[in-house]
Design a protein around this ligand. Structure first.
Ligand SMILES: Nc1ncnc2c1ncn2[C@@H]1O[C@H](COP(=O)(O)OP(=O)(O)OP(=O)(O)O)[C@@H](O)[C@H]1O
Ligand SMILES: [Mg+2]
Length: 261
């Protein structure tokens, strides 16, 4: 009996991202209210919900672009209590494990695509230029843009620029990728290119948290979906169940609005 119990403890994977009672205020406004969330290694979580519900703030709190006011945030083996002011080295250790892709790609216009991907590897991981460039070229190939390495970003479409931004984030070997509406600034067809790269990434076992309005991605690629409204988690569960059979009236209203668009 004992042995079985021990084994089950060893077998259960530890969350790679864990939020416990995380709250965030802007002045008197509660943007995030007591958020509890666990993301297991290899899980793909879609976060959906109306505008202003706190989705971006949640992602920004996970990597400490915004400090939360209370609660505990763990990424990998780094745990930070939000009431405390964390040492810089711990913030760096936390952020090292996270790759972030925003709606706006923020590539450096004066650098080639290759330089854009290699620079942070040299600065933050201490890779040599040769080593970094080899990794960048590999990643460009992976996102279908091997031929763009020596171009400048202005010569690339929005969808291409977003795929470059994904390659740039991947180049730093993150444990978890955070995406904040990566396709919403793109024409639908260019969005599809980006979604294809994200689907491949999910298939490769990357842990991903994706804020998105793409219901197809949420339903077909993400294992789990979470619906947020007014700073709270309204629903969380296997994607199909949450999207097809929401339990709360607020979530049903949101999903109807999405479907009617
Ligand atoms: N720096 C800030 N100062 C004050 N209020 C803020 C700040 N950033 C965000 N907010 C407010 O917090 C709430 C949540 O914003 P957030 O950007 O997280 O929403 P969201 O769910 O990502 O919305 P969207 O779908 O429009 O991107 C909004 O009401 C917003 O106005
Ligand atoms: Mg947002």
């Amino acid at each position: 009996m004992h042995r079985q119990w021990n084994l089950s403890v060893i077998d259960s994977p530890r969350p790679v991202v864990k939020l416990e009672h995380v709250s965030k205020r802007y002045g008197a406004f509660d943007v995030l209210k007591d958020i509890n969330l666990s993301v297991l290694p290899g899980d793909v979580l879609a976060i959906i919900g109306p505008s202003g519900s706190g989705k971006s703030t949640l992602l920004r709190c996970i990597n400490w672009l915004e400090p939360a006011n209370s609660g505990i945030i763990s990424v990998g083996d780094v745990t930070i209590r939000c009431e405390e002011v964390p040492e810089k080295s711990r913030l760096t250790a936390l952020r090292r494990q996270l790759g972030m892709v925003f709606q706006s790609f923020n590539l450096f216009p004066h650098m080639t695509v290759l330089r854009n991907i290699s620079l942070a590897q040299e600065r933050t991981l201490g890779r040599s230029r040769k080593e970094a460039d080899a990794i960048s070229l590999n990643l460009l190939d992976r996102v279908g843009l091997a031929d763009k390495a020596y171009q400048y970003p202005v010569r690339c479409s929005g969808g291409q620029q977003q795929r470059i931004a994904i390659a740039r984030a991947l180049a730093l070997d993150p444990k978890v990728m955070l995406f904040d509406e990566p396709t919403s600034a793109l024409d639908p067809e260019l969005g599809l290119e980006v979604l294809a790269v994200m689907r491949e990434l999910a298939g490769s076992g990357m842990t991903m948290i994706v804020v998105t309005h793409e219901m197809g991605f949420a339903e077909n690629v993400s294992e789990h979906t979470m619906i947020m409204a007014e700073g709270e988690i309204l629903e969380y569960g296997p994607s199909r169940e949450v999207i097809r059979n929401p339990k709360t009236e607020r979530a049903r209203r949101f999903l109807r609005a999405v479907n009617d668009r």
